[in-house]
Design a protein around this ligand. Sequence first.
Ligand code: FES
Length: 147
Amino acid sequence: MDLADLYRDVIVDHNRNPRNFGPLDDANRHADGHNPLCGDRLTLRLVLDGDVIRDLRFEGKGCAISTASASLMTEAVKGHSLAEVETLFHTVHDMLTRQDAPAPASLGKLAALSGVREFPSRVKCASLCWHTLNAALHDDQKPVSTE
Ligand code: FES
């Protein structure tokens, strides 16, 4: 199995069985994201405890890339501090926008999304959840758009 097959399998798995999907009753932060290109929406709720994301869950209707990306993101940031998440945000952003650089090993399964950078409209699918997370962490109640 080559790397492209492995990445595809990760995306298929996380789209079919999204992790951390559903409501989160004790959330103290939330944000709504929207991709105007396709109309897909994502709601993210999280429990912020001091500077640590204790828990988070997402809901919404999206394409395979946006669902898999949100699922992978929730796994990657759960239990991590705001500083760690900020670093990860920038690393993922670089991976999705820099054509020339290989995905850093530190990204783990998130590297499965690196293939979307060849398709600019799909970059928005993959980054929707990250922009929504950013808004939730900054307690920004305005709906987030990928535009
Ligand atoms: Fe709508 Fe991907 S096509 S988020």
